[in-house]
Design a protein around this ligand. Structure first.
Ligand code: SF4
Length: 344
């Protein structure tokens, strides 16, 4: 994709802090290209079939970003399971945070990509919306230094929200960015950011909740369980987002939690699994591995029956394998306490 020239590339998460960082720089009449990496751990199904970047010119935006001139490029990451990003997620050099979030390794990969994009668009460096001390794992002073060192971007990164707590970047030293107009925010509070947003006329920003499931305790449990069983892949990273997951005798059993999840499980995952669906009553669908024996399939049917509409009655369940109906079986629902033992 042919891109024009920019002064600076912004690592843009879509949250308030990176929006503010972009707005601060745009106010200094800098041309900012906001790069949003579309990674597999955002909520919803990640579709990498069309792996090409999407560019949005600010005049095509319908919100406040149009008025500050923030062009956006969305880039899917990773390209494959061989990609450094994917390898670092499952085997991080600097460990995980409080859940399955290897933020230091992840940011290093983002920085490395951003540097390449900066060179393509003749930008002088990178900006982020980080605030010193906001996140205990990845936004400490030592963590920031380590990320810059590992990604080989020392002095090339400006953090407009907390720049006054940090040594000046090359862009400040050269006068491209006026350091006096940058900020000294720190810590976990968000009041200063909200005030600045108000001052800049930014009102429709997203809530601070993380858009990364690697910070979610439920997803993280399933992530580590999949790693432990040598099952983690890009495909699995998506499956883990949907349904209740059980581990019985080493095999994963997935049961949808609602109609939306049932549809996703059926449409995107069932062709590579054995699918179970109730036919004598209403209820979710369940998936188990193709290699599962009859005992596992029966257990999956009993777990599924536990989540059907009529919880105490026997349920007739249809078993489909590779999109072909294999048989119907009748089972009694498993006891709730028994089911919970196997929940991941
Ligand atoms: S929260 Fe997720 S996306 Fe953000 S740095 Fe950490 S691992 Fe990466």
């Amino acid at each position: 994709m042919q891109l024009g020239n920019y002064d600076i590339v912004l690592l843009y998460s879509g949250g308030l802090d990176s929006l503010l960082a972009g707005a601060i720089l745009a106010k200094q009449n800098l041309d900012v290209l906001a790069v949003k990496f579309i990674h597999p751990f955002s909520p919803g199904l990640w579709d990498n079939r069309n792996n090409s970047p999407e560019f949005i010119h600010h005049t095509d935006l319908s919100d406040w970003r149009a008025s500050v001139g923030l062009d956006i490029i969305k880039i899917p990451i990773p390209d494959s399971e061989n990609d450094e990003y994917f390898r670092r997620i499952i085997n991080p050099r600097y460990g995980y945070g409080s859940n399955a979030n290897p933020c230091l390794d992840c940011k290093i990969c983002f920085m490395k990509r951003a540097v390449k994009i900066a060179s393509q668009v003749n930008a002088s460096g990178i900006a982020t919306g980080e605030v010193l001390g906001q996140r205990p794992f990845s936004q400490r002073r030592q963590a920031i230094q380590l990320i810059e060192r590992d990604a080989k971007v020392e002095k090339k990164v400006v953090r407009p929200l907390c720049a006054k707590h940090l040594p000046p970047s090359e862009m400040e030293n050269s006068g491209l960015i006026d350091r006096e107009k940058l900020y000294d925010f720190s810590g976990r509070g968000r009041f200063a950011q909200m005030q600045l947003a108000e001052k800049l006329g930014i009102r429709d920003y997203p809530s601070p909740a993380s858009g990364c499931l690697l910070t979610d305790p439920g997803y993280s449990r399933r992530f580590f369980d999949a790693l432990e069983h040598n099952e983690f892949s890009l495909h699995t990273s998506q499956l883990l987002k949907f349904g209740r997951h059980f581990r019985f005798q080493g095999t994963r059993i997935v049961v949808g939690r609602n109609e939306v999840e049932n549809n996703i499980l059926q449409k995107h995952f069932s062709s590579q699994k054995i699918m179970l669906e109730p036919i004598s009553t209403k209820g979710p669908i369940a998936l188990v591995e193709l290699s599962s024996d009859d005992e596992i399939v029966k257990i999956a049917a009993e777990i599924l029956a536990r989540y059907c509409k009529e919880k105490d009655k026997k349920v007739e369940i249809r078993i489909t394998q590779c999109d072909k109906i294999k048989c119907n079986i009748i089972v009694s629902p498993a006891k709730p306490q028994w089911v919970e033992k196997y929940l991941v």
